[in-house]
Design a protein. Structure first.
Length: 118
């Protein structure tokens, strides 16, 4: 069973940066399409970035395009989310997810809290 573990969240002032990491167990990580999501209190979960397994191409939500950069290191079974110029509205719990057995995101990490203060 694949497990995802996020790290790197924190409490930062607006304008600063954070880098989130998500490490997967298992030996077929390169075969998973990976995604980064977030959910703020009272709001729906939002897909921020999607990294396709085959092409490695990355989709970004408009809300983070130009500020956030997703990447993956298959040798380390890890995906990253570099978040620059953080804003208070970026405050949320951030999750990584994987498409392991399905073409939907069926495996989720526990989430990591990001709080941005002005």
């Amino acid at each position: 069973q694949v497990q995802l573990v996020e790290s790197g969240g924190g409490y930062v002032q607006a304008g600063n940066s954070l880098r989130l990491s998500c490490t997967a167990s298992g030996r077929t990580f390169s075969g998973y399409t990976m995604g980064w999501f977030r959910q703020a209190p009272g709001r729906e979960r939002e897909c921020l970035a999607l990294i396709r397994k085959s092409s490695g191409s990355i989709f970004y939500a408009d809300s983070v395009k130009g500020r956030f950069t997703a990447s993956r290191d298959n040798a380390k079974n890890t995906v990253y989310l570099q978040m620059n110029n953080l804003k208070p509205q970026d405050t949320a719990v951030y999750y990584c997810a994987a498409q392991v057995a399905q073409t939907t995101f069926d495996t989720w990490g526990q989430g990591t809290q990001v709080t941005v203060f002005s």
